[in-house]
Design a protein around this ligand. Structure first.
Ligand code: UDP
Length: 340
């Protein structure tokens, strides 16, 4: 049997953190989870709380005393705690900047004290409005002006990446950066804007799906279990240290096509015979302007596709679950859940 490792998972009661904790425990590891439950939820980890190798601490990521105690015990830190979701970021830009930058600095400082390896979760948002597709880790990035607070999220995550890489270069701290592309799956909430849980719940309730803009913008969705597997391989590979990796799927779909797919799958799951969505007049879809959805002047990314060759070539990681599987898992999850 492999030696048991202790992982500290920040944001451990969040959507991704809870899946990661579950997978690490299943592999025989010990997991310390820290979360302030601002967007994370005890419901996500309810089934883990009685596990002898799971320890949950409710605290803010900027609490240096608590972090120090947890970092002391950890062999590896996976840093997921961050401000999440477009809705919250637009509403609370200050909180976003402070959580992302000061939180990551607190984690890196604590890690340095014990020279603990840290995997920092970053985001595909850092590519901004670049249209040099697919996005490669060493591409230039194009962000909008500081007067548009939606860019504060991308900029704060870029600072996190710079900071992690500087800790590696100047202090020799073993760090890895993972840029996540639209991670989805069971337990993700639609409360903060994410499209798949919103569409699935709307379809299950028989409400029209809210397609923002003209729905021609595209995304590539990655199953949370594939993301978790990427975290594990990245955190175990010596050659990943000091490097930045895209973690995403390459199956691209427009948001309008996504809406049609969700409608068809949900109707099929209810045993209904389904007809194709028929243009702007179809009552099952409503088009909502970006201004109405996010407030005046919001700029959406038209396309976001990762180049996955680096993580594939270094670590032989590839997504295993396609969009149909993702949607089926999310539909099953919400069909069996009362409300969100
Ligand atoms: N979106 C939508 N309807 C919704 C929620 C989101 O059309 O009810 C769109 C959103 O404008 C974006 C895409 O779906 O173009 C993905 O949004 P999400 O917030 O899930 O992730 P993002 O890629 O924006 O980080």
């Amino acid at each position: 049997m492999l030696e048991q490792k202790t992982y500290l998972v920040t944001g451990g009661a969040g959507f991704i953190g809870s899946h990661l904790a579950e997978a690490l425990l299943a592999q025989g590891n010990r997991v310390l989870a820290i979360d302030d439950l601002s967007t994370g939820s005890l419901d996500n980890i309810d089934h883990l709380l009685s596990h002898p190798d799971f320890c949950f601490t409710r605290a803010n990521i900027k609490d240096e005393v608590v972090l120090d105690r947890l970092a002391l015990e950890a062999n590896v830190i996976i840093h997921l705690a961050a401000a999440v979701g477009v809705n919250l970021i637009l509403k609370y830009p200050l909180h976003t900047i402070q959580t992302n930058i000061m939180g990551t600095e607190a984690v890196l400082k604590a890690a340095l004290r014990y020279r603990t390896k840290v995997l920092v979760a970053s985001t595909s948002e850092v590519y901004g409005k670049s249209n040099s597709l697919p996005f490669r880790e060493d591409d230039d990035v194009i962000l909008g002006p500081t007067s548009r607070c939606r860019w504060a999220y991308a900029a704060s995550k870029m600072v996190d990446e710079f900071m992690a890489l500087a800790y590696y270069q100047e202090q020799g701290l073993p760090i890895i950066v993972a840029r996540l592309f639209n991670i989805v799956g069971p337990r993700q909430t639609g409360r903060y804007g994410m499209v798949i849980p919103r569409f699935v719940q709307q379809a299950l309730r028989g409400e029209p799906l809210t397609v923002y803009g003209d729905g021609q913008q595209t995304r590539c969705f990655l199953h949370v279990e594939d993301a978790v597997r990427a975290f594990v391989v990245l955190s175990e590979a010596p050659e990943a240290i000091g490097e930045v990796f895209n973690v995403g799927a390459t199956e691209e779909i427009s948001i309008l096509e996504l809406a049609k797919k969700v409608i068809a799958m949900v109707e099929a799951s209810k045993g209904l015979t389904t007809s194709a969505v028929n243009g702007h007049k179809d009552p099952r879809v409503i088009f909502v302007t970006y201004d109405k959805a996010y407030g005046y002047g919001f700029e959406d990314m038209q396309k976001r596709v990762p180049d996955n060759s680096k993580i594939r070539d270094y670590l032989d990681w590839e997504p295993r679950k396609n969009l149909n599987k993702i949607l089926q898992d999310v539909i099953d999850y919400y069909a069996n859940k009362v409300v969100d």
